[in-house]
Design a protein around this ligand. Structure first.
Ligand SMILES: [Zn+2]
Length: 344
């Protein structure tokens, strides 16, 4: 398009150049050059006004057309009728094509939960889902948190106005798991379950804290269960996971629902002579565990003078982060495709 008026021709050149740099191309008609041209109209002699105004309108229309073409690239495509029949003998590259799509892949947390579940099942455990919404009784009372006990403050999560809770740990499932299977104990069988699922915390978010994450929880109840069995089970479970022989280390800890309670560490599977990106002094703290508190068994209808059990709980994200050298927990829930595609 060429313009008779030199002022308009100059503005047209500037605006078309600028159009290419704009993110929202239709913003071009709000530009000052165009406004200045419109402002000139009243100042022109009577005889020139109409032709000048007409040329500005032509320029505006041209700009809108250019902007529109870029904003909506699909308008350039030939429409296709997806219901139209085609001859099955048509060459593949000449057949009608639908929109191309990228291939999807499993989320790294999903893959990791499958690995953990597979190990647990090979060790004779059942795998049970948790809940995304639960109640105060399963979150605290059934786990031996007394009312108003300060330990409840360590599990700050989200609560609905009706008092329902987004569970802050997978331990909310312990009472359901044990009470639903307690009849097995009399027949000499053990209760042996892994719960890998989503949990929630009311956290200030940073590279190590996220409001939504995942835990794996082991629950085992039987006759004569002791700490040695807990440690041997965890050692086997984690050696399978890391595919390596590991040393283990515990130190005393406090959880209301286990007694005694431990923090559990393994020798770092990533240490090498070149130094280590994962651990400080050769150990990685990996989960919390202990023998199930007698009150927890009692509340699930199991006699703690006859049966004992152990439980553990650890973070799934933490395992994936140390395995794949990921430095920020927030990536997992970000939906960032360039992060997720690394695991495809
Ligand atoms: Zn290390």
């Amino acid at each position: 398009m060429s313009y008779q008026n030199t002022e308009i021709a100059k503005a047209a050149e500037v605006l078309k150049k600028r159009l290419n740099e704009l993110e929202n191309k239709s913003d071009i008609i709000k530009d000052n050059e165009l406004k200045a041209l419109y402002a000139r109209i009243p100042m022109l002699p009577d005889g020139e006004r109409a032709a000048f105004g007409k040329e500005i309108n032509t320029l505006k229309a041209e700009l809108l057309e250019l902007a529109g073409q870029d904003d909506e690239p699909h308008k350039k495509l030939e429409p296709i009728d997806v219901t139209a029949p085609f001859d099955i003998n048509t060459e593949p590259d000449k057949r009608p094509r639908l929109l191309a799509s990228d291939l999807g892949s499993k989320h790294p947390i999903t893959s990791e939960i499958e690995i953990l579940s597979d190990i647990a099942m090979r060790m004779g455990m059942e795998v049970v889902k948790s809940r995304q919404i639960d109640d105060d009784w399963h979150m605290f009372t059934s786990l031996n948190f007394p009312e108003e006990h300060p330990a409840r403050d360590d599990y700050d999560t989200f609560i609905t106005t009706e008092g329902l809770i987004a569970p802050a740990h997978t331990s909310t499932m312990q009472n359901r798991i044990i009470s639903a299977r307690k009849d097995r104990l009399a027949t000499g069988q053990a209760i042996s379950v892994l719960v890998p699922d989503r949990v929630f915390r009311n956290e200030d978010l940073d590279a190590r804290h996220e409001h939504t994450f995942h835990q794996h929880e082991g629950v085992y109840v039987g006759t004569g269960v002791h700490v040695g069995q807990l440690l041997a089970t965890l050692k086997t479970f984690l050696q399978e996971y890391f595919g390596k022989s590991l040393e283990i280390k515990t130190q005393p800890f406090y959880f209301p629902f286990t007694e005694p309670s431990f923090e559990f560490a393994v020798s770092c599977p990533f240490c090498s002579k070149q130094g280590c990106r994962v651990c400080g002094e050769g150990w990685i703290e990996i989960l919390g565990c202990g023998l199930i508190h007698p009150n927890v068994l009692k509340m699930a209808g199991v006699d703690p003078t006859i049966y004992t059990g152990f439980a553990w709980g650890g973070g799934v994200e933490r395992l994936v982060m140390i395995k794949h050298n990921i430095d920020d927990v927030r990536y997992f829930m970000s939906g960032k495709l360039d992060f997720l595609r690394q695991f495809a």
